[in-house]
Design a protein around this ligand. Structure first.
Ligand SMILES: Cc1ncc(COP(=O)(O)O)c(C=O)c1O
Length: 436
């Protein structure tokens, strides 16, 4: 509330241009949103066409061709078994919808005692009360803690800080699966509705993918006790990690998946819940409707925009491009910063990459939280015309700093070089300021 903002007036590929004519290379796609950059002509044309023909109909009375075609495209692009789609307008909205769908599923399935959710520390699932309640993010919960529904939290898969030095990766994964199972048994399996996780932890932890085998082990525990798995792919989905869903790379199929951000790629606000046959069939057979709905569900213009986005991803083979440019960006960051005294870890998947900053590499000691090094990096980068997405609280919710990078899928090699150069200089300037 207390600072002025530059006025953005135009977009040009991965750049945003402000009123003064300054160009910003957006290495964060806003907040992991603008995967096609800011000037995709095909998407804007599709929006204009739809707005002219029929901008909106109420989904309780009608469906539309863009909504049906988009649902079909999503079913084709995602693993077998995720065959149904419920559209909304934003990430938090889809998360609250998925939580309610899990609760209704269990009631309609004859198990009404399943009312508890299990989530993970250091996670973010939305700012509405449902999504916030299942978020481990300490700072975002802080003022609202007393009114949030009771949720159980287990450890994230955060090898950089939480894997013991004498532990192998397999042992660490087994320990986390055991922790989940112990939690379920303590609560009583008949009381647990669903487990919620981001396949790659985004804003709270700075692009932390799970270790190989983690989600398989977790899913096996959940299946043993009839508990649903909700994958929050609001940030990681829609191609951001090089497959349409990130969880495909973990080789499990969730019961519900939430999508938002890259689905409309910033051209329109739209989100989706991908629903498995298992969940859909129970609700459809027993009750016939989901007791939940928003005025703008499956709105025609956002669906037309998202259909144009997914068409671009398919026709231009952008998933392969994400894999290729993601590897190049990560490689360039490694070359430049892997020995930097204040970069403790470089990690991620596809074009979702995180750098964890530390005061001291060896001990992994964090900077003083008061110094807000993450905010300094953001300021220094902005001043130099680079947008990144830094955040604090990385290590334990209060301490630690990371920088999240999630550039548009269309970035070229020159953009990669620009990101790495500007970021390196900005980190040095931020650390120097913090030390001063
Ligand atoms: C993983 C995840 N879940 C949920 C949300 C909330 O989405 P929205 O901001 O669109 O409400 C976000 C947004 O940052 C997110 O990254």
């Amino acid at each position: 509330m207390r600072k002025p903002y530059p006025v953005a007036v135009a977009g040009d590929g991965p750049y945003i241009i402000d009123k003064e004519g300054k160009r910003y290379l957006d290495a964060a796609s806003g907040a992991g949103v603008s995967s096609l950059g800011y000037s995709d002509a095909a998407v804007s044309a599709a929006i204009a066409r739809q707005a002219k023909e029929l901008a909106y109909v109420y989904n309780a009375y009608f469906t539309t061709e863009p909504a049906e075609q988009l649902a079909q495209a999503l079913v084709e692009m995602t693993p077998k078994g995720l065959d149904w789609v419920f559209f909304g307008s934003g990430g938090s909205e889809s998360m609250d919808g998925a939580l309610k769908m899990a609760l209704q599923f269990h009631i309609d399935n004859g198990q009404p005692s399943r009312r508890t959710f299990i989530s993970r520390r250091q996670s973010y699932h939305g700012c509405a009360l449902g999504g916030l309640a299942v978020s481990g993010n300490v700072i975002r919960r802080m003022l609202f803690e007393d009114v949030l529904m009771q949720v159980e939290f287990v450890s994230p898969c955060y090898a950089y800080r939480e894997m013991e030095s004498q532990e192998t990766a397999d042992q660490y994964v087994a320990r986390l699966a055991q922790e989940l199972e112990d939690t379920i048994l303590r609560l009583g399996p008949h009381t647990v509705a669903a487990f919620i996780a981001e396949p790659v932890v985004g804003a709270t932890n700075g692009a932390v993918p799970a270790l190989p085998g983690y989600f398989k082990a977790i899913k096996a525990v959940l299946d043993r006790y009839g508990i649903l798995f909700i994958a929050d792919e609001i940030l990681t989905g829609s191609g951001r990690t090089g497959t349409y869903l990130s969880i495909e790379q973990d080789e499990v199929t969730p019961d519900l998946v939430t999508l938002a951000k890259g689905l409309g790629a910033g051209y329109q606000p739209i989100s989706a819940i991908l629903v498995s046959d298992r969940v859909f069939n129970v609700i459809a057979d027993r009750r016939g409707y989901f007791i939940h709905g928003h005025t703008y569900n499956a709105s025609a213009t956002p669906c037309a925009a998202a259909l144009a986005v997914i068409t671009q991803i398919r026709e231009r083979d952008l998933l392969a491009r994400v894999q290729q440019q993601g590897m190049k960006l990560r490689g360039a960051l490694q070359d430049r910063l892997s020995q930097h005294p204040h970069v403790g870890d470089i990690r991620g998947r596809g074009l979702l990459i995180g750098l964890e900053l530390v005061r001291e590499r060896e001990s992994k000691q964090t900077f003083d939280a008061q110094a807000m090094v993450w905010a300094q990096v953001q300021q220094q980068a902005m001043a130099r015309g680079l947008i990144c997405y830094p955040m604090g609280g990385t290590a334990d919710g209060m301490n630690g700093d990371h920088i999240l990078l999630a550039p548009p899928f269309i970035i070229d090699d020159v953009h990669i070089a620009e990101i790495v150069d500007t970021l390196a200089v900005s980190i040095d300037a931020a650390v120097a300021n913090a030390a001063a």
